[in-house]
Design a protein around this ligand. Structure first.
Ligand code: V55
Ligand code: FE
Length: 482
């Protein structure tokens, strides 16, 4: 008998586990969905199959669920499936949760130590016709792009040596290469980082390892046409702490922020390390190089936002006083100094994205999300508690900003950008809206350039969709048989 989930922020209200695998053909659409939008939108969602073994856990430990919206000629079909990980299979066989703390196998039940325990719950990475459900603690699982059936763990045909792969890969839209990395590449709490490139056919063509200055939570990285940037936030891991049953991550401000930069055509031996005051960041909006000048745009704050990491670190932080901002870091590689300068581009938030075509180059338009208290009280959705309630379009050159909120009781999940083939058309954004009053979800589609005008259509979902972590848009042309 499965007991109720704990009534904590991670498992209650809109964050209540869903555990629903579904197929819904032809969702109801209010308004006009442009027929030009053709493709698959994949989303990764932590959705725990069982209540936590120890009575407590974090949202981001939940078993990976992947959903798929298929857009075809103004119609939308929906599918949602679990990633059938070794973790989920073990739990189902036992009919209960066997796994303990987030990324601490020493807290698991005995009997399977050393076997994969990833929940595979962070990003559906698309590359060379494959969908890889990724989480940074392990290698990804490959899924069938149409049925979402789990094919199995993926290691680039046996080529990948790193034991981990980030959930934040950086595709080069011009070369079709996939840039990625793995941290803790050599094992739990190891300092090794693997820097990797797969070519456009999916073949691993480069894997080089280096030792990071400390074991840092390297959630994302940045790549320009000329440089690769590894940003280390002062959130650190320690094997002895894990062995004694402690938390994987603690806020460790003494490490400061450390940023390694190497020439993209060079090697990890060329990494040059820059040091700055402690700050926390998960997602990079974009980055570009102009000679010796490297520009990196990032959603940053003064303190780690995850409550479960704050608690493990004994820090008490008020969300309103965490110094959140969209920051621009400017590095000048011609200077013989290890610092950088920061300017503020926009208000605090997260889930920053550009159009894929703008990646790695000087650019103008950013989309991201914020929580704006003027649009209503905090509503629980997603891994850090309060969900975002406002989508922002920011011109990073002029500072011009447009925003959209959809009411005081609606939170918004991460958007995707859908490009248009029409000239001078900025494309669309689509995002799942959490309708807290109805306990249901819908997808809003907006014109990217005019998001402040509100949705051009709403795709109704007859169930609540738990908050995704990340999603990926794959145009029909990139999908075999579509
Ligand atoms: C994040 C999410 C994760 C994770 C580490 O959003 C960082 C940040 C969903 O899992 O394992
Ligand atoms: Fe992320």
């Amino acid at each position: 008998m499965t007991k109720p989930f704990p009534q904590t922020m991670d498992f209650a209200g809109f964050n209540a586990p869903s555990r629903i695998e579904a197929d819904i053909y032809d969702l109801v659409v209010e308004g006009e969905l442009p027929a030009e939008i053709r493709g698959h939108w994949y989303r990764s969602i932590p959705d725990p199959q069982y209540p936590p073994k120890d009575g407590w856990d974090t949202f981001i430990s939940g078993d990976g669920m992947v959903s798929l919206f298929r857009f075809e000629d103004g119609h939308v079909d929906f599918r949602q499936r679990y990633v059938m990980t070794e973790r989920l299979k073990r739990d189902r066989a036992a009919r209960r949760g066997l796994h303990g703390l987030y990324r601490n196998p020493y807290t698991d039940e005995p009997g399977f130590f050393g076997e994969s325990r990833t929940a595979s719950n962070t990003t559906p990475v698309f590359h060379a016709g494959r969908i890889l459900a990724a989480k940074e603690d392990d290698r990804p699982y490959e899924l069938d792009p149409n049925t979402l059936a789990t094919i199995g763990p993926y290691d680039f045909g046996g080529a990948l040596k790193s034991l981990t792969m980030t959930a934040h890969c950086r595709p080069d839209p011009e070369t079709g290469e996939l840039y990625f990395f793995g941290y803790e590449a050599g094992g739990l709490a190891s300092r090794e980082v693997a820097f990797c490139i797969a070519d456009k056919t999916g073949k691993l063509i480069r894997e080089e390892w280096f030792e990071a200055p400390f074991v840092s939570l390297i959630h994302d990285f940045a790549v320009t046409k000329e440089h690769v940037i590894f940003p280390l936030q002062p959130v650190s891991a320690d094997l002895e702490r894990l062995k004694s049953g402690g938390a994987h991550w603690v806020w460790d401000p003494d490490q400061g922020t450390q940023v390694g930069i190497m020439p993209r055509g060079g090697s990890v031996k060329d990494l040059r390390w820059f040091k700055g005051p402690p700050s926390s960041f998960f997602h990079f909006l974009n980055a570009y190089s102009d000679g010796d000048k490297v520009t990196v745009d990032v959603c940053a704050s003064d303190m780690i936002v995850f409550p479960f990491i704050q608690e493990a670190s004994g820090v008490v932080a008020n969300p309103a006083e965490m110094g959140g901002r969209l920051a621009r870091w400017s590095f000048d590689l011609s200077r013989n100094e290890d610092s950088w300068t920061e300017t503020v581009l926009g208000p605090g938030g997260d889930m920053p994205r550009t159009a894929d075509k703008d990646a790695m180059k000087d650019y103008e338009i950013a989309y991201y999300q914020t929580y704006d208290p003027r649009n209503g009280p905090p509503m629980v959705s997603g891994p850090v508690g309060a969900g975002f309630n406002t989508v922002i379009r920011l011109n990073v050159k002029t500072g011009a900003m447009k925003t959209l909120s959809l009411g005081p009781h609606v939170t918004v999940q991460e958007h995707i950008h859908i490009p248009s083939s029409q000239p001078r058309h900025e494309g669309w954004l689509a995002f799942v809206c959490d309708l807290h009053d109805e306990n249901l979800s819908e997808v809003a589609v907006v014109e990217a350039e005019h998001l402040d005008r509100g949705p051009i259509c709403r795709i109704k979902i007859p169930m609540r969709l738990r908050c995704q972590v990340h999603g990926t848009w794959v145009p029909a042309g990139a999908l075999p048989g579509f």
